[in-house]
Design a protein around this ligand. Sequence first.
Ligand SMILES: *Cc1c(COP(=O)(O)O)cnc(C)c1O
Length: 400
Amino acid sequence: MKPYLKTTPTRDGFFGDYGGAMLPPPLVPHFEEIAAAYDEISNSADYIRDLRYIRKHFQGRPTPISYFKNLSKLCGGAQIYAKREDLNHTGAHKLNHCMAEGLLAKHMGKTKLIAETGAGQHGVALATAAAYFGMECEIHMGEVDMAKEAPNVVRMKLLGATVVPVGEGAKTLKEAVDSAFGSYMGQADKALFGIGSVVGPHPFPKMVRDFQTIVGLEAREQFFEMTGNLPDIVTACVGGGSNAMGLFSGFIDDEAVALVGVEPGGTSSKLGEHAATMTYGQDGDIHGFHTKLLLDEAGEPAPVNTIASGLDYPGVGPEHAHLQKIGRVDYTVADDKETLKAFYELSRREGIIPALESAHAVAYAMREAPNHPGKTILLNLSGRGDKDIDFVAETYGFGE
Ligand SMILES: *Cc1c(COP(=O)(O)O)cnc(C)c1O
């Protein structure tokens, strides 16, 4: 591993000023147990061998890098490449950490995985891991989200998970987090809480990042083999920030490589109309850790809005807040409109229908390419767009 990854976060989970673990007292011993188990297995040859086997023979790793010849020509300027996390089993990078969390749970002697899900992508990935390891799975989901994302509810049930409908408040992600945490508190002896991004109390931001570093490790080697160089710009969409940390971690010690996180700009820069935490947010606490947040006038997490429901979170992983503060990563915004255009162009020009989340990174690459002739941009295609095609076609048609 590289020096940055070895030295960050601190042992108690701080990325500079951000991170930490603010937990209800009954959960403290359980999170300490998780941190200790992770410390142990991350140095265990058995665990590393098991994870390698799973990645190769179940997930379909390594995923390739593709050169987007047609898109590069269309944009003019930089040459655009993509790390193809859309080719993972279940269609996104999320399985990288869900399988590792399942393996950790098994090592700890747990028999159940619990989590919340918003759009259902994390729930499907965790239910997949639970099926693979022969564990029970309990996924909490807001009733509004269940109606909107019905196919993912079907997938979770087919995979053997119990989907718990959450009818409180706005009946979406925030209420689902509270409900899942409540349920976990009562059964933390036998269950592991499977957090879905580089968020939550320590050790999850570190653990999930480490599980995702495979993306960057592969990409660095593959890109070098393809081009004889490292990329000039490496970019990824940022919701909680796990796919971005995965790709960035491969290049974080290469100072000549610019790292750019792309946040969902939604429909405008007005609070409530975007989900761009790094760009417009302020320091605060959410769900047991210190990070940047979008807050309303009352100091509560603000409503967020984006075309990509997987980026719909008023917080962000603490490591991103840190990397922005130390100036290692720049953050920018792609709005719904340019994201949709990127979704259509990538589909039509390259034969790849991207997830709307990933299309934010594509939009940034398309916008930036003309400014960098002779350079290269590597983006993370975090997931495929099968889940989005009905919504896009019904709402916006088939593009010009
Ligand atoms: C969930 C999801 C994201 C957002 O999660 P991060 O933790 O920010 O990576 C991005 N892309 C896809 C395809 C997703 O499913």
